[in-house]
Design a protein around this ligand. Structure first.
Ligand code: ZN
Length: 82
C-alpha cells in the first residue's frame, strides 16, 4: 500500500508494538504490519489488532516483564530548572 503521510511505499514487516488492552500495557513482538520505507509509519490491519486482543484475553506465554517509568515531559523540564 501507499503511506498516507508521505506517499512512500509500504512493505509487510514484523514489528514490536506497544499495545493497550483492558487498562494494561503490553509490548508485543513479531506483529504483522505494513511499514513505510520512507518515513517509517506503521499500519496495522484491523484483523491483526482483533487477533491480538483475542490472544491477550486468553492465557498466553509471557516472554519477559519490564518495569516502566511514566514521565511527564513538562514536569521533568520544570524540575530541571531550564
Ligand atoms: Zn511514509
Amino acid at each position: 500500500m501507499q503511506c498516507e503521510f508521505c506517499d512512500g511505499e509500504t512493505r509487510p514487516k514484523k514489528v514490536k508494538r506497544s499495545h493497550w488492552f483492558q487498562q494494561q500495557l503490553y509490548i508485543v513482538e513479531d506483529v504483522e504490519a505494513e511499514v513505510c520505507m520512507e518515513c517509517g509509519e506503521r499500519y496495522f490491519h484491523a484483523t491483526t489488532l482483533d487477533k491480538l486482543d483475542a490472544l491477550l484475553k486468553r492465557q498466553h506465554p509471557v516472554r519477559a516483564r519490564l518495569n516502566v517509568e511514566i514521565v511527564n515531559m513538562a514536569q521533568a523540564l520544570a524540575q530541571q530548572g531550564n
